[in-house]
Design a protein around this ligand. Structure first.
Ligand code: EPZ
Length: 423
């Protein structure tokens, strides 16, 4: 197993280009299942464990895939298997993204029910509700979701989501684009990842109104084309790198980004005392002053993202005062806090809020990753901790960050990846 060994106390400075977005890549790769006869070329696909897991699933279903230099070539011409097995789905909940496109194209899909998650309950009831609104019959038996339709095609319907869900919106979109008639989705997720999926589907020939808003209208079409597409930047990787510069009193410029998508996050860095400058496609952050305590509340886009909550908590351990970090998306997403306290932080948890008392001098020790963003917060803390921090089980980090230690070392960090055995 791999661990990261971080020798703290070095400033993060320099410039770097952002990777492609993981959370946009997954739904657009799934959407290729909607085409019967062509080959897609997808650019700026990050080389991550979750992408490997998802392409393994598509290959298992019968897709032909080639991946090199962040370009994915994929054809879903020869899909033979309509069952997504537990062995692959258990590795990644987002595997559920094959449900909508398979149902839309084949009228049938059998997907293993996703298992538990480190940061609390993550139901899929809204995904299933949306499929039923479009005419599917869903049965759950022996750990599988069995979805079928009576006639030839799904039909249009009205979907009202009680809570905003990125995944359920994505699945509903991919099912509705080939359905008979018109579908409306109310309280849809408006995350940039959903906007990117809409742009991808429209480039394939889909008819969608309301892109970028919480009200979507989809008029079903007969077929969709294979296309070439450029994925967008990863706003969470970008936020994490900005936090690395902020926590080490450094300065960083990140290129090939869309600052517009990061408004809520950039506003908080400014409130915390950093200087932030943006151009059309770059962000520069300078952190020369004492960090100021800054409260955040994680909510659906365009608010502050829950996927930056853990990194913000790590940052606030160095702020001059007390900060309150509330998560209104995942109420129990705080597995990183006991590990940060092991490094010398002083953080309390009250229901879905973390209270961070700063500034605290952190000192290096062994800490355990529990999920993707939790592990990123431990790496950030390790950058400022005195001595050496060992972040264990970094397979969590590798799920969503492309070569993170190489990028940070190129920006001045001193991190090595080493093997170790767990007893
Ligand atoms: C996506 O997960 C992201 N994953 C998550 O990022 C991110 O944390 C999340 O959106 C919220 O922004 C991917 O895009 C692959 P949701 P998703 O459905 O789609 C409830 C990362 O770190 N809900 O928007 O699974 C749910 O419990 C990952 O990259 C239902 O109640 O999240 C949660 O409270 C972690 N029923 C809320 O909605 C459902 O059927 C938002 O979840 C579905 C969701």
């Amino acid at each position: 197993m791999d661990k990261l060994v971080i020798r703290g106390g070095r400033r993060i400075s320099g410039s770097i280009t952002a990777s492609g977005s993981k959370n946009s890549s997954l739904p657009i790769i799934a959407a290729t299942l909607l085409n019967k006869n062509g080959t897609f070329t997808l650019h700026r696909i990050p080389d991550l464990k979750d992408i490997t897991t998802f392409t393994q699933l598509l290959r298992y279903l019968g897709a032909d895939i080639a991946f090199s230099d962040n370009t994915l070539k994929i054809s879903s011409r020869n899909i033979k298997n309509l069952q997504a097995p537990y062995e692959l789905v258990k590795k990644m909940r987002a595997s559920i993204y094959v449900l909508g496109p398979m149902l839309a194209r084949f009228g049938h899909a059998r997907v293993s029910f996703p298992g538990g998650c480190a940061f609390g309950p993550r139901p899929i009831d809204l995904h299933l509700m949306a499929m039923e609104k479009l005419g599917a019959t869903i049965t759950i038996k022996t750990g599988f979701i069995d979805a079928t339709i009576q006639g030839e095609k799904l039909h249009g319907g009205n979907i009202d989501f009680p809570v905003s869900s990125v995944g359920a919106t994505g699945n509903a979109l991919m099912a509705a684009v080939l359905a008979e008639g018109t579908t409306t989705i109310n309280n849809a997720a408006a995350e940039p990842e959903i906007e990117t999926l809409c742009n991808f589907l429209m480039a394939m020939g889909a008819k969608i109104k309301g892109t970028g808003t919480t009200e979507l209208e989809i008029e079903g079409v007969k077929s969709l084309d294979a296309i070439e597409f450029h994925n967008v930047f990863d706003r969470i990787e970008t936020g994490t790198l900005l936090a690395a510069a902020a926590i080490t009193e450094g300065n960083i410029t990140i290129h090939d980004v869309e600052p517009e998508q990061m408004k809520a996050v950039l506003k908080k860095f400014v409130q915390a005392g950093c200087t932030v400058d943006t151009t059309e496609n770059s962000i520069t952050l300078k952190s020369q002053h004492k960090l100021l305590p800054t409260d955040v509340t994680a909510k659906p886009y365009p608010a502050f993202p829950t996927d930056m909550q853990a990194q913000w908590i790590a940052l606030m351990t160095q702020a001059d005062g007390t900060s309150h970090i509330t998560d209104k998306v995942y109420h129990e997403r705080f597995q990183h806090i006991p590990e940060l306290n092991r490094l010398g932080a002083h953080i309390e948890i009250h229901k879905n809020q973390a209270i961070v008392h700063g500034p605290k001098r952190l000192s290096g020790t062994k800490v355990m990753s529990t999920d993707l963003r939790a592990s990123a917060s431990l790496v950030l803390a390790g950058l400022v901790a005195e001595g050496t921090t060992e972040v264990l089980r970094v397979y969590h980090l590798d799920r969503g960050y492309e070569k993170i230690e190489i990028k940070l070392n190129n920006l001045g960090a001193d991190i090595s990846r080493e093997k170790y055995n767990e007893f």
